[in-house]
Every structure is written in structure tokens, then in C-alpha cells.
Design a protein around this ligand. Structure first.
Ligand code: RIB
Ligand code: CA
Length: 312
């Protein structure tokens, strides 16, 4: 039986690769995609998610529009990284389909309540606003959630938005606090591991060499997306942050990490949105997340390109 998941996303080129991988993977059932303001605002993130399900030939997967801003703080976006469209480099046509009726938060609540067996897996790869709203609106939904696999946070790596904070958590730290204190099993993909999941030039050429609409779109997106981080960090290629979430669901053994207590800073402006990861267990807090710190980068990329190659 395929594993039912919801992808909560703010597309974003790296979100796009994660969504395409998931839609190409028979091991997963993407029961819905929910969008959240982040990399770019609403309604653009929703339009981008629709563009991506159409690119994948999967217009059957419903896309629900979600939060337009964080719980308490003003929205911070990242056009300097992703471009004004959020998917710069892809040149995808406007979506032909419309978002599904209803709000993303209500869809998440209903999907968790309907979940059978082990429950549904939530895959937030943007700010955590929608998940927090669902958990606050209907706390009982935790019973239907198997696991939350989050792309966000940073520990030893440092931040990408402020010195200590990573973008997804920084944008809505109060939402992140709600998720990390929910009691639901969490697997965290922080920058410590995603900065090791780079697409280096010869790998980018392999994606371009697929010779498919998906390969061309992804190569174009990564050509655009990599310039910011290559210059900022002096690294060889673009970090595929969000695809780490999907890769973990498909091949967990390529990742290494450990159970830690994770708390989110929501008071100090200087450290707002920092994920305080107690890696050495010195704080006495009960571990509430498995925090990943390393990945087999070659295996990771082979998984990425294998799934992209399955799409036309
Ligand atoms: O910090 C990286 C994260 O922020 C990724 O999810 C990227 O898409 C942006 O949302
Ligand atoms: Ca994202």
C-alpha cells in the first residue's frame, strides 16, 4: 500500500523538485498539496503548485490554497533566491486548473481525521503556518498523523536567513513552536543535512540530458536557483533542501541523525526562529524529533534523477 502524504509547500524551485519526485513515486500517495505563503506570496505559491501538478501530468492531485501570512509576524518572502515568480528558470505556462474548493487547513484536518491504519504523513517544506492552524483548530488530529517530516531549522550549520535561523522556521516561528510541541513524531531535515544535498554541475547536466519537459524545467529552475547559494556559500551547486523530505520517505537509510529535543526561539528578535537542537542531550528535555545531520549525497542524487526520469 502506498504511504499517504500531504505536501505543504511554498514553491520555490526546491519545492518543485520535491513535489515532482513525490508525484513520480508509486511508494507514495500524494492525497493533496497545500500551499503556504513563504518563498513568494499567495496566490503565487498556489498557482505554482498547480503548474507543477500539471507539469507532472497529475492534475488529479488536489491543490488547496492555505495561509497568506504567518500566525503573528509579518510575511517575509525570498524572491532574491527564487525570483519574482518563485519558479524562475522554469518558464511554465499559467495553470489551466483551479485550486480545490476549501481552505488548506480544513483539508489537513479532514485528511488527518479520515486517516486509516498508521495514519497520514505530513510533509511541510515551507513555513509551518498551515500545520499549526490545523493543530490549534482541531488538536485531536494528532491521532491521525503518523509522522511530520519537516524541512527546516539549522543547528551546527548556522542559519540562512539570520545568523542562527533558517527561512521556513524564521518566517513563522510561533507556528513551528506549535508543531514541535504537538507530541507528533517529527523527523527534521535542517540545513545541516540539506547543505550536503547539492546538485553539482555534472549532475545538473544529467538532469538536462533527460530530454523531457520535466528535465528541461528542472534544469532551468536549478540553473536559476543555484546562483544565489553558490555565490553566498561558495559551494558547487544548489542545495536541494525540500527533496530531502521526499528522499527520506523513499530511502530513509541514506540519512543519518538522532533523536534530540528541539525548541524554537519565539522571544528574542536577535535569535527569532532559531531551532535550539539539544544534540548532546545536555538540556534534559525529552527528544521530540529525529534530527538528520548527514546524507549519502550520491545515493540521494541517484534517487532524485531516477524519479524525475519517470515523468514525461
Ligand atoms: O531554507 C530553505 C527552505 O526555505 C526551503 O524550503 C526553501 O524552499 C524555502 O522555503
Ligand atoms: Ca520550500
Amino acid at each position: 500500500m502506498p504511504r499517504p502524504i500531504i505536501i505543504d509547500t511554498d514553491p520555490g524551485q526546491d519545492d518543485a523538485v520535491a513535489i515532482l519526485m513525490a508525484l513520480a513515486s508509486p511508494e507514495l500517495e500524494v492525497v493533496g498539496i497545500t500551499t503556504v505563503a513563504g518563498n513568494v506570496p499567495q496566490p503565487l505559491v498556489t498557482e505554482n503548485a498547480l503548474r507543477l501538478v500539471e507539469l507532472a501530468g497529475r492534475p488529479d492531485v488536489p491543490v488547496y490554497a492555505g495561509a497568506r501570512r504567518p500566525l503573528l509576524r509579518p510575511l517575509v518572502t525570498a524572491e532574491e533566491v527564487h525570483g519574482p515568480t518563485g519558479l524562475d528558470g522554469a518558464d511554465l505556462p499559467p495553470p489551466r486548473t483551479a485550486p480545490a474548493d476549501g481552505h488548506a487547513v480544513d483539508f489537513i484536518v479532514e485528511a488527518c481525521r479520515r486517516a486509516e491504519g498508521e495514519g497520514i504523513t505530513l510533509c511541510p517544506i515551507g513555513p509551518l503556518t498551515n500545520l499549526a492552524l490545523a493543530l490549534v483548530k482541531e488538536p485531536d488530529i494528532v491521532e491521525g498523523i503518523r509522522e511530520i517530516v519537516v524541512m527546516g531549522g539549522a543547528s551546527f550549520e548556522g542559519g540562512n536567513t539570520t545568523p542562527p535561523a533558517e527561512f521556513n522556521i524564521y518566517v513563522d516561528p510561533h507556528a513551528a513552536h506549535v508543531v514541535f510541541t504537538s507530541g507528533v513524531p517529527i523527523t527534521l531535515m535542517p540545513l545541516d543535512v540539506t547543505h550536503r544535498a547539492l546538485v553539482v554541475p555534472d549532475q545538473l547536466e544529467r538532469i538536462r540530458g533527460l530530454g523531457t519537459r520535466v528535465g528541461d524545467a528542472v534544469a532551468g529552475m536549478l540553473d536559476y536557483y543555484e546562483r544565489h547559494d553558490v555565490e553566498k556559500y561558495g559551494i558547487e551547486g544548489a542545495p536541494l533542501h525540500d527533496p530531502c523530505v521526499i528522499a527520506y520517505l523513499l530511502e530513509p537509510a541514506i540519512f543519518t541523525g538522532k533523536a534530540c529535543h528541539v525548541a524554537v526561539e519565539t522571544s528574542s528578535e536577535l535569535t527569532m526562529g532559531t531551532t535550539v537542537v539539544d544534540w548532546w542531550g545536555v538540556g534534559g528535555g525529552t527528544p521530540n524529533a529525529v534530527v538528520m545531520r548527514d546524507v549519502d549525497a550520491d545515493e540521494f542524487f541517484e534517487l532524485v534523477i531516477d524519479r524525475l526520469a519517470r515523468l514525461g
